[in-house]
Design a protein around this ligand. Structure first.
Ligand code: HMG
Length: 423
């Protein structure tokens, strides 16, 4: 039996202690988790403008997650009930079949300078390409520190789209997400590109469509591990493959399919202090790369196995932005065992695939409401005004009701309190 079995039934302190024991993170990180303080004004007030205070969200963990032969615990920040439970459930099943495997072919971030009013776009395109070396060198001069650390500008590409001549710059940003590095370099080459093209630069900006930072996660699940009945297991696997096919051909389903994937991805990306809007924007662009918006993951049957696969552009960082500022993010990296940007990117894609597996398994078997509402019931009880002691009782009663909604939760709470008064 797993060391983490029944993890969710422990109290918060017990979970932190077990996690620290298993993942060997520092006492300082354990204290950050135990004390659970908000960001101090001295930090929060400098991160954004017109600061009023801080805004909390639940901080949770998927205790065991197997990627490339190594076990991790995944910190997650999400407001939605059942996401963490579902990912934990999926990770357990997939872990028994050898876990996830990842592949990254390259990791370059892309930015663009868009030029307009170019008198002869084709001649300008050729002139710019002929000056590739001097453009790369100018870009590197604009941000020498990344070059010193081993990164820097690597390629340019030029394209004519409608009335625009667009120059794309690819940069190795090492462990950073690269927004500042790219933007500085692009602004550094803008004037030279205007001179070469005889046109005007409309803008110089990083692209969140990180198509040269593709990360693939795969898993191979033994169909026998999907449940206790061989016949039902095969049926479930077949239906998961069908659900994946549905998300390829129907945009309505693709959007929801991908939302389920982002339940896990965003929760981990937010916990690591990364820019989740950048990750989401890039992935949705990738989902529509052939002109139709499609499901990002695919599930297929191969003999006695269900094969899952997902590739995403992943502009992710382990340094920079708010990462060094937020003590909880530091604790998150400690729990994760300080992965480099490539490993973190792999973990994020695998988390999305895992979350997707759990949602599809639920959808094609019991339906989503059984598991989701079981966990939503507690939130509804609290929303109805129940205190911590009352919440468990109300949640249990709610699950037996026909309508698991706020109105019913309020009625049950009123009945419970009436009974207590009478007693
Ligand atoms: P279950 O069969 O009742 O779970 O499923 P179980 O009690 O047998 O427990 C199995 C394991 O699940 C546990 O292992 C835990 O790892 C985990 P154990 O520790 O016992 O060895 N687990 C929990 N972890 C933390 N807290 C809990 C908890 N309960 C179980 N309270 C479960 C219950 C929720 C896992 C299942 O029904 C499920 O996976 N449902 C899917 C829920 C889901 O996907 N929610 C996301 C929100 S819905 C949505 O937004 C997306 C969607 O629209 C996307 C789409 O359409 O594709 C669905």
């Amino acid at each position: 039996m797993s060391r983490f079995s029944g993890f969710y039934k422990k109290n918060r302190q017990e979970r932190i202690a077990l996690l620290q024991q298993e993942r060997s993170f520092s006492q300082e990180s354990a204290e950050i988790l135990i004390q659970d303080k908000n960001l101090p004004e001295s930090i929060a007030g400098k991160m954004t403008e017109n600061h009023l205070g801080t805004f909390s969200l639940p901080f949770s963990v998927v205790p065991e997650f197997l990627l490339d032969g190594q076990e991790y615990s995944l910190p997650m920040v999400t407001e939605e009930p059942s996401v963490v439970a579902a990912c934990s459930f999926g990770a357990k099943i997939i872990g028994r079949s050898g876990g996830f495997h990842s592949e990254i072919l390259e990791r370059l971030m892309i930015g663009q300078v868009a030029l307009y009013d170019v008198p002869d776009p084709q001649a300008a395109l050729e002139k710019i390409l002929a000056e590739t070396e001097s453009i790369l060198s100018l870009a590197n001069q604009a941000h020498p520190s990344i070059v010193k650390r081993g990164g820097g500008a690597r390629q340019i590409q030029v394209d004519i789209k409608d009335q625009f001549l667009i120059v794309y710059l690819s940069v190795d940003v090492l462990e950073a997400m690269g927004a500042n590095i790219l933007n500085t370099m692009l602004e550094g080459i803008k004037d030279y590109l205007e001179e070469l093209s005889q046109g005007q630069a409309l803008m110089a900006i990083l692209s969140n469509y990180a198509s040269q930072s593709l990360v693939t996660a795969r898993c191979r699940i033994a169909i026998s591990s999907l449940g206790t009945s061989a016949a039902l297991n095969r049926e479930t696997a077949k239906k998961i493959a069908l659900a994946s096919q549905l998300a390829q051909v129907d945009t309505y389903r693709a959007a929801t399919h991908n939302k389920g994937i982002f339940n896990g991805i965003d929760a981990l990306v937010v916990a690591t202090g990364n820019d989740w809007r950048a990750v989401d924007a890039g992935a949705h662009a990738y989902a529509a790369r052939d002109g139709q918006y499609r499901g990002l993951s695919t599930w297929t049957l191969e003999g006695d196995y269900l094969l899952g696969q997902m590739t995403l552009p992943l502009p992710i960082a382990t340094v920079g932005g708010s990462i060094g500022l937020n003590p909880k993010v530091q604790a998150v990296f400690d729990i994760l065992g300080h992965p480099d940007a490539r490993t973190l990117a792999s973990l994020i894609v695998a988390t999305g695939l895992c979350q997707n597996f759990a949602a599809l398994r639920a959808l094609v078997t019991t339906g989503i409401q059984a598991g989701h509402m079981k966990l939503q019931a507690k939130s509804l009880a609290i929303l109805a005004g129940a205190n911590e002691e009352e919440a468990d009782t109300i949640a249990q009663q709610l699950r037996k009701e026909k309508h698991t909604n706020l109105e019913t939760a309020k009625q049950l709470l009123a009945q419970l309190r009436d009974k207590e008064k009478e007693a």
